[in-house]
Design a protein around this ligand. Structure first.
Ligand code: PRE
Length: 439
């Protein structure tokens, strides 16, 4: 990704009092195997939720206990995907600490000369967050005008959107109580999965509490007066460049394409550096915010271009059965430690859903960070290498449904690691091709 020069001049930061409810206590919590039986007791036989929020949280923690024990093993050479050293108590709720929470995240205190908030960053001084009354604060990656900001507005109308310069900062903003939620892209209908966020979901202990699908309508933006013939370069987020690849060629532009951190950041860069040979791919709102003209409208290769975002929170929501829910899980199969053979464990895991008529909407595999490769000896032939993976699966059922609970109970038999990332309402909003008004 291209390193762009510093962002525009900023005015002085206004200090923001940090909410004092951030992580304060660190307690080591262990689970006795008998606690595994508690897992289903939060739900009634008919699928209704019979338990309290605390029951549901302990259900999540218990499913996570397998993670803890396997990760504890990992320190001693067991499975483990991340260093597991402890479970922290956040406001009384158990979470497994995978990453030490870095206390150097800055707040959105500074403003650019055009009064737009400057993104939170890992590298600047940490200063406390403002009190925000009843307004929900939602962290997103990018600067104002980014599609992620639009997704935050769609997910939480009236929220205060907090720009962050990296995906990881958005996770940490929620962990540090600077934001209440994070909204992050996970997949796009043209560009595919946003792998970085899958990896971060595993490394952090936030819960998926919802999803939104946003039609993405791209524009080619340049300084006023610039014509297409003057352009030698187009910059944007790599996903946006990928989503417009063919249209850019069809427009007959003889340009280099360069990736930057986000679409609106690209527009801001063109504007603040007065670049007359460079265009940005971004939203119509970014054109407005940064004073650019729209050279071409709707340049995504497919009018049905849509990005799916997930909403993350410190606590899970209580799953329900009165509306369509989706559940997201991540697991590693027993094939990793020789208890299974070949791909049979993955087949068995997927069968647990198929036998219960639970539809899978997504499966994604990512390299297993701590066990990237497995060596298989064969006396006659030699040593074979296999890549090892973490599998992410989304399925259409609520964890309040017995069939989902039973499926996961079965899945546990074939997995060395299993975590429920969240059980949340599906975005059922009517779909229509992207329009400029959407952003
Ligand atoms: O750069 C932005 O505006 C973003 O919100 C990021 C992002 C992405 O990561 O995929 C989001 C939606 C679009 O698919 C293009 C880019």
């Amino acid at each position: 990704m291209q390193a762009l020069s510093p962002s525009p001049t900023t005015t002085a930061a206004s200090p923001n009092p940090l909410r004092t409810r951030q992580t304060t206590t660190t307690t080591r919590v262990t689970f006795h195997p008998s606690q595994l039986t508690i897992r289903c007791s939060a739900f009634g036989r008919n699928g209704a939720v019979t338990g309290t929020r605390a029951d549901w949280q302990s259900s999540c923690a218990i499913l996570a206990s397998k993670v803890i024990s396997s990760q504890q093993n990992s320190s001693a050479g067991g499975d483990g995907s991340e260093k597991p050293d402890e479970i922290t108590t956040v406001n009384g709720h158990k979470t497994l600490s995978l990453l030490p929470i870095v206390s150097t995240v800055t707040t959105a205190a500074t403003t650019t000369t055009n009064n737009l908030p400057k993104p939170l960053s890992l590298s600047t001084d940490f200063s406390p967050a403002p009190m925000h009354g009843n307004t929900l604060r939602v962290a997103y990656q990018g600067v104002p005008g980014a599609y992620s900001e639009a997704a935050a507005g769609k997910a939480y109308p009236g929220c205060e959107a907090i720009p962050c310069d990296q995906f990881e900062v958005a996770f940490q903003a929620v962990e540090l109580w600077i934001a209440d939620r994070a909204v992050l892209p996970v997949e796009n209908s043209l560009g595919g999965s946003i792998h970085r966020n899958y990896d971060l979901l595993l490394r952090h202990r936030l819960h998926i509490v919802g999803e939104v699908q946003l039609p993405v309508h791209h524009c080619l933006l340049a300084l006023p007066g610039v014509r297409k013939e003057y352009l030698t370069r187009v910059i944007s987020h790599p996903q946006a460049l990928a989503q417009c690849e063919h249209t850019l060629t069809k427009l007959g532009l003889n340009v280099t394409r360069e990736a930057v951190d986000d679409t609106a950041g690209a527009a801001e860069y063109v504007a603040t550096h007065g670049l007359r040979d460079t265009a940005a791919i971004a939203s119509a709102r970014a054109a407005d915010l940064y004073g650019l003209q729209i050279l071409a409208d709707g340049i995504q290769d497919d009018s049905g271009n849509v990005t799916r975002f997930v909403m993350l929170a410190r606590e899970p929501i209580i799953p329900r059965t009165d509306r369509p829910f989706k559940t997201s899980i991540v697991f590693a199969t027993h094939d990793n430690n020789g208890e299974g053979k070949g791909t049979s464990s993955l087949f068995k895991v997927l069968s647990a859903f198929a036998f219960r008529n639970i539809s899978l909407t997504k499966i994604e595999s990512r390299p297993h960070r701590h066990r990237p490769i497995r060596l298989v000896d064969d006396a006659n032939v030699g040593t074979a290498k296999h890549f090892e993976y973490m599998f992410y699966v989304d399925f259409e059922a609520s964890m309040a449904e017995p069939r989902a609970q039973n499926a996961l109970a079965e899945v546990q038999e074939f997995t060395s690691f299993l975590r429920v990332l969240g059980s949340y309402p599906m975005d059922m909003s009517p779909w229509s091709p992207s329009r400029p008004d959407d952003q």
